[in-house]
Design a protein around this ligand. Structure first.
Ligand SMILES: [Zn+2]
Length: 416
């Protein structure tokens, strides 16, 4: 695993540590074309295009402090910012817009972005909780979100001109329902937001709403049809030029269709989703492809996601139609076994056989029944450390680390 292939632009994490992508202090800049600049932080990028009548900024990074650095660079290289385009509602793309309000830009977004902003408000605590797991940051539901609403929204497409350049905006359902990609024909450049994130696309996020697989692949086909000479992505590596653009798009489109079609086949054959996640793989020639590293998402998450898009929660087992809470069922199973040691021994044996995931699930019967069982807690931590080791996919690695930190805290509290 090379440094380039670790989540977005993050460094290789130390053993048992989370992948940190929200701790950026400094913005890096790229200048891939005389009129195009890119601002980069580990979690996201933003780009701007200079015209003879001002600057069009696409995305705004995470927040005002970071965006101020970008604003300074824009002032040095072009400006004023006449238009801001949001590629989607995620905070690492809209968070910095407020620093540009003194220039009174038009702010353009796809119309669903407004509903997505509303979700941030009504799910404040929930969003803070999942962010703390996904990004390994402190839980803080009161973290300020001074997101600036668009001044103009559109539905399917919108085209405008500024200073001799044409900006073609297209709506896509992909990572989000409000994704926007932009083509500027005069410079043969396409700006794709998070449709490309320097790795296997984020079709599935275990914490978040359903992503759109089939429309995503079709959006990338529409991008490919533009035959752009340069592609700017807003996650991880930003700039792709020449033959790389076609190669990147080809493999990403094929990967999405492949996983999608395998899930559809599995659904039609009534294969349980937890079996699908282990069976479904990328085709051999795409395994280990440099554009499809599992640095942020991974195929298992995509499988769950596509399954959920086409299927409700019910797995056709009547025991699961209106189930009793896990803790009740678990207590019954624990009482049948009747011995914490039996569970602990079996979990240990499975772990020694190299079946860490199965060991974790068996241990869960005891762990849920008695979360303060010291030996169970120690074994739990050991299993998680094994699952975490060599896992460079941000979302799974940080989930293991989150649970490990809870175990460590508990065990440390005993020695006080
Ligand atoms: Zn995003």
């Amino acid at each position: 695993m090379t440094e380039e292939s670790v989540a977005l632009d993050a460094k290789i994490p130390e053993k048992n540590k989370a992948i940190q992508v929200l701790d950026a202090q400094n913005v890096k800049f790229e200048h891939p074309h005389p009129e195009v600049y890119v601002a980069k932080i580990p979690i996201a990028n933003a780009s701007w295009i200079n015209t003879t009548e001002g600057t069009v900024l696409i995305d705004t990074l995470t927040g005002p402090v970071i965006a101020e650095q970008m604003k300074k660079k824009i002032q040095e290289t072009g400006g004023p910012v006449k238009t801001i385009i949001y590629t989607h509602h995620h905070g690492d793309h809209v968070g910095g817009a407020s620093v540009f309000l003194d220039q009174q830009p038009e702010i353009i977004a796809q119309r669903f972005l407004l509903e997505d902003f509303e979700k941030y408000k009504i799910l404040r605590e929930h969003r803070a909780r999942i962010a703390s797991v996904q990004f390994n940051i402190p839980y803080n539901p009161d973290r300020p979100r001074n997101y600036v609403s668009p001044t103009k929204t559109f539905c399917d497409t919108l085209t405008f001109s500024l200073g001799g350049k044409t900006f073609e905006l297209y709506h896509a359902r992909a990572e989000t329902d409000d994704a926007v990609w932009v083509f500027v024909p005069e410079i043969k450049t396409v700006f794709v937001g998070d449709l490309i994130i320097a790795g296997f696309p984020n079709i599935g996020n275990p914490f978040k709403p359903t992503r759109f697989a089939l429309p995503w692949a079709r959006a990338l086909e529409a991008v490919r049809a533009k035959e752009a000479e340069m592609l700017i992505a807003h996650g991880g590596r930003a700039v792709y030029q020449g033959a790389e653009v076609r190669e990147l798009l080809d493999v990403t489109i094929e990967a999405i269709y492949s996983i999608h079609d395998q899930v559809v086949d599995g659904l039609n054959k009534d294969i349980p989703v937890e079996e699908m996640i282990h069976r479904i793989k990328l085709p051999d020639h795409l395994q280990n492809n440099k554009y499809l590293q599992f640095v942020y998402s991974r195929p298992e998450f995509a499988v769950y996601n596509i399954y959920r898009w086409y299927h409700g929660y019910y797995d056709h087992n009547p025991a699961h139609l209106l189930p009793r809470p896990d803790r009740e069922v678990n207590a019954e199973i624990f009482n049948i076994i009747g011995s914490a040691q039996t569970i602990l021994d079996r979990s240990k044996a499975l772990f020694i056989q190299g079946k860490a995931q199965l060991a974790l699930q068996v241990l869960d019967i005891l762990f849920k029944y008695d979360p303060e069982h010291v030996e169970a807690r120690k074994l739990h931590l050991l299993i998680l450390e094994t699952l975490c080791d060599q896992d460079y996919c941000l979302m799974s690695r940080n989930s293991w680390v989150y649970a490990m930190e809870k175990d460590k805290k508990f065990l440390e509290s005993l020695s006080i």
